[in-house]
Design a protein around this ligand. Structure first.
Ligand code: EPS
Length: 403
């Protein structure tokens, strides 16, 4: 029902996006989108590009007087670095002989890209496969995030580990044991994590991580890590078990896995639960005054492909950045000889930025299912649908099963 398309090369003139299918009258401001773009640029261990760029969006269509019109929203982000790449990235001039790249970096899209698309220059693979594209995603998904906020749904994230360095206190324990306060909002995780230059929740862990990143830099090496993304305030009933592709967990896994360098996605205590007896895994059901829910949240907020109403908790693993300043071996495609892989300006670690991108993709996915369930042409119509469903939910269960 909603979709977005991004376009643009890493060193092209601009990144653009078209976002489609949102209701009218949703309040949205450039400054809101920019604040998330800025968060994506943060993090100790980023490379030179983030010093050049200060990403901001231009809203070209679909919004008038601070509110969506229901029409396609087009967004634009300028690449400041394009000034330095004008010639190389020119749409017509052929400069391949001067700048042609023939040594693929292991782990990057270089080799598969030239193989699949029959390119004669690795630059053609690099440009679109670059994580620069995620700036356009964050901008697009900010609209989804804003929609969710209107309904009290909040998204937040933090970096759990970098280079194998974990916090002393495992915060996910509280999320899985349903140990968080009733008014806990996932954004409070981000608010805290954003104060840390590596987006972790513990200052002692931050120091150990910074030391490890310094070591990686010194060695010309890179690091990956894991991140936690959470959504709170999600109503019961998003997603479906009726078809494989309507399952909320399947959509989330796909969206998070689509982020550059992500190699693992887990919902709830997925892997840990695989080692336990069922009695230690499943969330006991209990009745509150006006609802019925799980006592714990080891399922990560989703059962049978449908949201349970408890926090949705996603863990993702990001591999280390594949451009190494002290490279491992590759092959020069111009003579098929063994050589060191190519060096190119890059980040040493980008897990903090990745967590912000994961927030964005989670927001988009939840918004997709939310609009499928409560969709209307205006935000007001959606609110009516949403309130009506929530108001009647528990009463209907009771009525349907009353003897
Ligand atoms: C990125 C921009 C890129 C990289 C990074 C992420 O800019 P440049 O290639 O000009 O340095 O810093 O992308 C990669 C690590 C990659 O392998 O493509 C960004 O805007 O996030």
């Amino acid at each position: 029902m909603i979709r977005f398309l991004t376009a643009g090369e890493s060193h092209g003139k601009v990144l653009t996006a078209i976002v489609e299918g949102f209701p009218s009258n949703l309040k949205i401001k450039k400054s809101y989108i920019d604040s998330h773009l800025k968060r994506r640029q943060m993090g100790y261990g980023r490379g030179g590009r983030m010093k050049i760029e200060s990403d901001e969006v231009e809203i070209l269509s679909g919004v008038r007087g601070g509110k969506t019109l229901g029409s396609p929203i087009s967004l634009l982000i300028r690449n400041k670095d394009w000034e330095n790449w004008k010639e190389i990235m020119d749409a017509e001039k052929v400069l391949f002989h001067k700048t042609k790249i023939s040594i693929p970096r292991p782990g990057h899209a270089d080799l598969v890209g030239i193989s699949k698309y029959n390119f004669n220059d690795i630059r053609n693979s690099i440009e679109r496969s670059s994580a620069r594209e995620t700036a356009a995603r964050v901008a697009s998904c900010s609209i989804a995030r804003k929609l969710l906020e209107e309904f009290g749904i909040s998204i937040g994230s933090y970096v759990e580990s970098i280079g194998g360095i974990y916090p002393k206190k495992d915060f996910t324990y509280r999320l899985f044991e349903n140990n968080v306060r009733k008014d806990f909002s996932a954004w409070s995780l981000s608010a805290k994590a954003d104060k840390s230059i590596v987006r972790v929740l513990e200052s002692e862990q931050q120091q150990r991580i910074i030391n490890k990143i310094k070591t990686a830099k010194k060695k010309g090496d890179t690091l990956g890590g894991s991140l936690i993304v959470v959504a709170t305030g999600v109503p019961v009933g998003l997603g479906s078990f009726m078809h494989y592709n309507r399952r909320l967990d399947a959509s989330i896994a796909s969206a998070i896995m689509s982020i550059n360098a992500i190699k693992g996605v887990e919902i709830g205590q997925g892997f840990q639960n695989a080692e336990q007896f069922g009695s230690k895994v499943h969330d006991e059901i209990y009745k509150l005054k006006d609802s019925i829910k799980g006592k714990s949240n080891r399922s990560g907020g989703i059962d049978g492909g449908i949201s349970t109403g408890l926090p949705i908790v996603v863990r993702a693993a990001m591999k280390p950045i594949s451009t190494l300043m002290s490279p491992i071996y590759s092959v020069d495609l111009s003579n098929m000889r063994k050589v060191d892989a190519r060096r190119e300006r890059s980040d040493f670690v980008a897990v903090p930025a990745c967590a912000v991108i994961a927030e964005s993709m989670l927001a988009w996915t939840i918004a997709e299912h939310f609009i499928t369930k409560f969709g209307g042409d205006s935000i007001e119509e959606m609110k009516d649908n949403f309130n009506n469903y929530n108001k009647k939910l528990f009463g209907r269960i009771k009525k349907n099963f009353k003897k």
